[in-house]
Design a protein around this ligand. Structure first.
Ligand code: SF4
Length: 141
């Protein structure tokens, strides 16, 4: 069960107990929900019936640290990789509205800069190629 003090991975998979965080819009950026929607049994079944839901939605769930293949040397490797492609970015002046910021692993680890690139990240690993990362870099300037 997710508690207010639970540190959340903002790019988790579609599964019961997670939170529906946002929807990938036609411009391939995330439209965050004002309040994340708990993934009930019914919502999970409906979303799992959609082909490749992680290409269409973003989900948040408990950060499992070393239990995740992306965890590297005490850090989330996903946001570190994305930020390595975006070192030229300045600190954002305005952050996207986000209901999980106080619990977010990426924000805890990287600070507000994570929120600048976050809306451009699509969880499905087939989208997380160097080409996609370069796309992020060229679209958030
Ligand atoms: S906008 Fe920032 S706080 Fe919210 S999920 Fe993305 S990185 Fe985390």
């Amino acid at each position: 069960m997710l508690m207010p003090q639970t540190t959340l991975c903002p790019s988790s998979t579609a599964q019961e107990g997670a939170l529906l965080l946002g929807v990938i819009g036609p411009n391939q950026s995330v439209q965050f929900l004002t309040e994340p929607e708990p993934m009930t049994t019914e919502l999970t079944e409906a979303i799992m019936a959609i082909d490749a839901p992680e290409t269409k939605f973003r989900f948040a769930n408990r950060c499992v640290k070393s239990g995740c293949g992306q965890w590297h040397e005490g850090r989330c490797g996903v946001i570190d990789l994305v930020m390595s492609f975006n070192q030229h970015l300045a600190e954002p002046v305005a952050l996207p509205a986000c209901a999980i910021r106080s619990q977010c692993r990426w924000h805890k680890q990287t600070g507000p800069a994570a929120c600048f690139v976050c809306p451009f990240i699509v969880t499905d690993s087939t989208q997380t190629s160097e080409e996609q990362l370069a796309y992020i870099g060229s679209n958030v300037i």
